[in-house]
Design a protein around this ligand. Sequence first.
Ligand SMILES: O=C(O)C(=O)C[C@]1(C(=O)O)C=C[C@@H](O)C=C1
Length: 195
Amino acid sequence: MTQNKATIHIAFLGPKGSYSHIAAMKYAHYYFGKFIECSCQNFQDIFFLVETQKAEYGILPIENSNSGFIEEVCNLLSKTHLMLIGNITIPIQHHILVKNNQISLNKIKIIYSHPQPVQQCSKFLKKNSNLKILLCASSAVAIKKVAFLNQPNIAALGSIQGGEYYGLQPLLLPQIISNHPYNSTRFVIVKNTNF
Ligand SMILES: O=C(O)C(=O)C[C@]1(C(=O)O)C=C[C@@H](O)C=C1
């Protein structure tokens, strides 16, 4: 079903290539066709854009199959008058993204990541405790940082699709680093009913 009106805006945790961006594109493809991307630096900004009618919709990760409910989002949802109008679940496949995937894991010293992928890959990271983890506002921020720094021994946790936006490649080994091979996250879509 596509909505027959001017192109809508969807606010998501960005930049491009975040899991939230991928979920927004999938949702928009089903329901709206084209949409204007409103990339946000944090979850609060997503609520702000929709509450102030700068974006018709917001998309937020609420629950991961492995790490459970995303507390910050649940707290923000409990304080908003925005309406929950739908949800979408997407598979989340984390990879170790590097500038050049000819490098082996034992050469990598630093991993940039959003806290959620760290939780969802906790077993792998515990086994490789030599890796220093630096937290970022989203997986796409982590990917952008690694692309910008352009050093062989740093990596980001994120999706292959996210890596492609910024020219990063997935390490071939290990390929599956999530605690559970069938990792998925459910996102909710919020709307301001005054629109
Ligand atoms: O960091 C991202 O790319 C996000 O979109 C955030 C987020 C989250 O907060 O849960 C979304 C889905 C995945 O579970 C991992 C991270």
